[in-house]
Design a protein around this ligand. Sequence first.
Ligand SMILES: [Zn+2]
Length: 168
Amino acid sequence: MNIGPTYLDQFAGKILVRCPDCFGRAELTKRLDRRGNIAGYRFVCPSCCHARQWPKKGANWFPGPAGGPFLPGFELNIWLQTPCCGSTLWAYNLAHVTFLENYVAATLRERRNHQWGWSRNSSLESRLPRWMQVAKNRLSVLKGLTQLRAMLDDRQTTEGLVKSKRRT
Ligand SMILES: [Zn+2]
């Protein structure tokens, strides 16, 4: 597992986002060129068929996904987000949720075992917000991650939101 400065990149291939039109679950996916280099991003909503593409027509640059829960440049909200410890816990997708679960669950164990410090996780440490690293928040963060995991299978929530939007 790559735990380095670019650790978010490994989850950025497919980011679950909220469709700005119908509020349903949609996807922001990385586009690659023939050589496998990143060529941009594409947004598609399976519920209302709304689609967007970066770079935009005539533009020669495209934004990159930042940390959530809002993605500037794409102007999209991340789907997997929940209030936690006075802040917002978020993840790009299931793989990201699993990664954070493993990380948080292992934090105390590693603190005990690695008396030589933080060499293995130092890059990741510096990129996770402090409130996620604090030992007293560990159970709340794990609970929040369980909620994010549940949102992945919650089709009714997605459809409910679509319906309530159409009713108004
Ligand atoms: Zn939509």
